[in-house]
Write a protein that binds this ligand. Structure first.
Ligand code: BGC
Ligand code: BGC
Length: 709
């Protein structure tokens, strides 16, 4: 975080950050600066007086120094055959691997695969921390049994908590984190995410997403902290540090800055595949996701690049390259931006990124190669193009013909080196980068020669598992929910919901009692899960939060999803009721959410219509991944709260509705008046329904003029 950004934070909040790092007023700076110092000094485990960082120093006091790591990496790398090197550069998808193994062939052992991922739906049958630990240990035994004996780096999308696993603590999606503008809290949430990932054994998360979302029609809007690069500048290093600490091991994991670069800046109508793309089916056609960014490179870096500067400074271990294109060039083939800018030396204008670069999911197959028809020949050329553009690890899934792509990629890399199409230097560089991150993540010390985790590793994992989804973790999530809420309207002090004012709260709407909707996509599966099938007792819906508030403050809470309330005998004489409508979107991920109609759906409109007839004050709580078009409805709402995708602790919403806490969130995205205003972004001269940075409070603290917008 630069001094400039720090100065934009309101004084009261600055004081709060400082109070969370007691002792020195400069501690926040020192803490945020630590990683850049450490990574530029090539140091890994540091003695620090920061309490949260001290934790990992004690966890892994035997962590190797950078010099020892480099030495080890050098020794390991120099012993590898070309086949073993090629294996290190391929990441296989776990369900493919398991099905290959069921057929009698073990690709992890035979190919020396460098990495494994669980895609959004790559879950073990036993989707508990134990089930994941067993799967992880099994994969490591296979890796250690390979000719190189090198462990795999196992990655997953833990993007708002360890969100694939049942019973995990799920935090607000990034759009809500952007609304909170609280780097310390974001960092704490990241630390807890890392602890829950480490509790299941896994080493690596494909987070944080640094997208700067510039068009609300994009289905990945909620994965972004917001539309202004200041938000990425504010939040990215604390989150990377929260995930990785300074060691990437013990209670921490390896992080990923994604999707490099410009993923949030694509233009509507340029999505990929297009209807004209050979072989694409209608279901696959995307309107804006994976599309093209049209912009000069300086502006690209100014708008979409700030987060990468921060992430690299914070020592991020990996960067994932975007599916999207810049000025018509697919990012997975954009050597100038990957090799010269991202990995380039700072003296030549580069960011000096020393970790490794991973492709996105089968992104390599989207690279255009002229005149090659045969699918295998085409795939080979695509692999060569991507590696020569600077991609170190290929994320692959599925088959071509009857062969898994990990086997094909492994074969093609070797052939290309023999044919002189990929240089030995490029391979050596890629493998050294991958091994260095493995060393920093402590992988070379975690297992015995049979591939079993060592006793100290097991013990740490068991301790972390005992804390998985624990009350202290959920308390932080609840705070994150409270701070993510944005109050956009509150006429006549409709809120807070106090007993002195109301005796009955009527709750309605499809998202009031819907854990899946409030968690959104990338939760218990790639597309998320509408409804309460994945709900565990410690997960609370917004309705449950309001019910608890009613019990506490002696107010009646009556719920009907569709607002079909039974006639109330007291209603005529007794007008002390209030309506809370919890409406919004269904869960989705990626291009499934591309849409040029962000108006309320029929179910929400029907619910609202019935609620208006009650002639009581209406509080609307919007549970959505992005703004909706509500210009016509707004006049019927007395209060309006944007709750984004809050995650598992819905009671955080009730905390603020009750007035136990004040609102503090501010819009991270301009709220448009109509679809025709989109794209609309701060500073472009348009005026939305609510401007970027809007957010009311119950009480406006005095002396707070310099609020960060
Ligand atoms: C997404 C990435 C994700 C990867 C692995 C891709 O489709 O774009 O964000 O990390 O899949 O699930
Ligand atoms: C996977 C996701 C991935 C997506 C890419 C899905 O099948 O589960 O992880 O991001 O495919 O299209």
């Amino acid at each position: 975080m630069s001094k400039e950004i720090w100065n934009l934070i309101p004084a009261k909040r600055q004081a709060m950050y400082l109070s969370q790092c007691p002792g020195h007023p400069t501690r926040v700076f020192r803490w945020l600066a630590l990683a850049s110092v450490l990574s530029s000094a090539g140091c890994s485990a540091a003695a620090t007086d920061n309490p949260s960082l001290a934790l990992e120093a004690t966890d892994f006091s035997q962590a190797e120094s950078a010099v020892v790591q480099d030495y080890r990496v050098g020794i390991v790398a120099s012993r590898l055959s070309l086949a073993e090197q090629a294996g290190q550069m391929v990441q296989g998808e776990v369900l493919n691997i398991l099905s290959d193994i069921a057929g009698g062939y073990n690709p992890v052992t035979e190919l020396n695969l460098g990495s494994i991922l669980s895609g959004g739906d790559g879950l073990p049958k036993d989707n508990s921390p134990t089930g994941w630990s067993e799967l992880y240990d099994q994969m490591q035994r296979y890796a250690i049994a390979s000719s190189s004996h090198i462990p795999v780096l196992y990655g997953i999308d833990a993007v708002h908590g360890h969100n694939a696993v049942l019973g995990s603590t799920i935090f607000p999606h990034n759009v809500g984190v952007g609304a909170s503008r609280n780097p310390i809290l974001a960092s704490e949430a990241a630390t807890i995410t890392a602890r829950e990932v480490a509790a299941t054994g896994l080493d690596w998360t494909f987070a944080p997403c640094l997208a700067v979302t510039r068009d609300d029609r994009w289905g990945r809007t909620y994965e972004s902290y917001g539309e202004a690069p200041q938000l990425q500048e504010l939040l990215v290093s604390p989150v990377v540090l929260g995930l990785q600490g300074t060691t990437m091991q013990g209670t921490r994991v390896v992080a990923t800055a994604k999707h490099f670069i410009g993923d949030g800046g694509t233009q509507w109508g340029t999505g990929y595949p297009k209807p004209t793309t050979p072989g694409s089916t209608n279901a696959e056609v995307r309107q804006i996701d994976r599309g093209n960014v049209q912009m000069d490179l300086d502006s690209l870096k100014q708008i979409h690049g700030k987060g990468y500067v921060e992430a690299v400074r914070a020592g991020v271990g990996t960067v994932m390259v975007s599916f999207s294109s810049v000025n018509g060039v697919k990012m997975s083939a954009y050597g100038d931006l990957i090799l010269n800018y991202l990995k380039g030396h700072p003296s030549k204008g580069g960011l000096g990124f020393a970790g490794f670069v991973v492709s996105d999911w089968n992104a390599v197959e989207e690279l255009p190669i002229d005149g090659v028809q045969d699918p295998l020949a085409l795939y080979k050329e695509q692999v060569i193009l991507a590696i020569n553009a600077g991609i170190d690890l290929l994320m692959v899934e599925g088959k071509i013909g009857n062969q898994y792509k990990y086997a094909l990629a492994h074969q093609f890399i070797q052939e290309a080196v023999r044919d002189g199409k990929i240089s030995r230097d490029r391979i050596n560089d890629a493998v050294a980068r991958i091994l260095r991150i493995k060393a920093q993540a402590g992988l070379f010390e975690k297992f015995d020669s049979a591939g079993h985790p060592k006793p100290s590793v097991k013990r740490l994992r068991e301790n972390l598992a005992a804390d998985f989804g624990s009350a202290p973790h959920r308390d932080v999530a609840r705070q994150a929910v409270r701070e993510s809420l944005v109050l956009l309207k509150n006429d006549a002090e409709t809120l807070p919901l106090r007993a002195a004012k109301y005796d009955t709260i009527y709750v309605a709407g499809k998202n009031a009692h819907n854990l899946g909707a409030q968690c959104g996509g990338w939760t218990h599966g790639w597309q998320g899960q509408d409804g309460n099938a994945a709900k565990t007792p410690a997960d609370h819906t917004i309705l449950e939060g309001i019910e608890a508030l009613g019990r506490k403050n002696n107010m009646r809470v009556v719920y009907s999803e569709s607002a079909d309330f039974p006639p109330d005998p007291q209603a005529a004489s007794h007008r002390r009721g209030v309506v809370v409508a919890v409406i919004g979107e269904h869960p989705y991920a990626e291009f499934f959410g591309d849409s040029n109609d962000l108006s309320l759906d029929a179910a929400d409109r029907a619910t609202l219509g019935k609620l208006y007839k009650l002639k009581l004050p209406v509080v609307t709580v919007m549970v959505s991944a992005r703004p909706a078009i509500v210009t016509d409805e707004l006049r019927n709402w007395h209060a309006f709260v944007a709750a984004w995708l809050p995650g598992t602790q819905g009671e955080g919403v009730a905390d603020v509705l009750a007035g136990d806490y004040d609102f503090s969130g501010k819009l991270p995205i301009t709220w448009p008046r109509s679809m025709s205003q989109i794209p609309i972004n701060v500073g472009d001269g348009q005026h939305g329904l609510f401007e970027y940075g809007s957010g009311l409070r119950y009480e406006v603290p005095s002396g707070e003029q310099s609020a960060m917008q």
